[in-house]
Design a protein. Structure first.
Length: 154
């Protein structure tokens, strides 16, 4: 298998799913912008309206963590996050690091870490994460990729 880079995935040498090492680090500590109250409110509203929502899964399976609890579960990742971050853990993470709700997991889990966007430097949950990427300096990037980004921004 090749090391991850955008050309590797684009050339179909490896799929995004194959890059996951199933270490479970991203589920031991989950970081999202919404507070527990916001997650519950969004879940309740979307449930009443009959709209599928990641927040319904989150309200049912994610438990809020204090920063201290998050540091015990995944210090590498927690140190990289803002001090006021809303942190959670998922009760669907098995002892083996695999998701027990893999087939029904929400999009926020399916899309980790870039959610369909181009790879970018972001805090990953584990130093050995299969999604880690070494990005070239912007000036070193092939012209066609820079043009692609410019098109997306318009």
């Amino acid at each position: 298998m090749c090391h991850f880079n955008r050309d590797c995935v684009a050339s179909n040498k490896v799929s995004m799913a194959e890059l996951c090492t199933a270490c479970g680090a991203c589920c031991r500590v989950i970081y999202v912008d919404q507070s527990p109250a916001e997650i519950r409110a969004i879940a309740q509203l979307t449930r009443v309206l009959g709209i599928p929502s990641d927040m319904q899964f989150a309200a049912e399976h994610w438990r809020p963590l204090t920063r201290e609890e998050a540091m015990q579960r995944n210090p590498f990742y927690t140190r990289q996050l803002p001090a006021d971050a809303h942190l959670y853990t998922c009760d669907q993470l098995g002892e083996d690091g695999k998701c027990r709700a893999y087939e029904t997991r929400p999009l926020v889990c399916r899309g980790y870490p870039w959610y369909g966007k181009r790879p970018e430097p972001i805090p990953l949950a584990d130093p050995e994460c299969g999604y880690r990427v070494e990005l070239p300096d912007p000036g070193d990037e092939p012209k066609d990729l820079r043009d692609e980004d410019a098109e997306e921004d318009r």
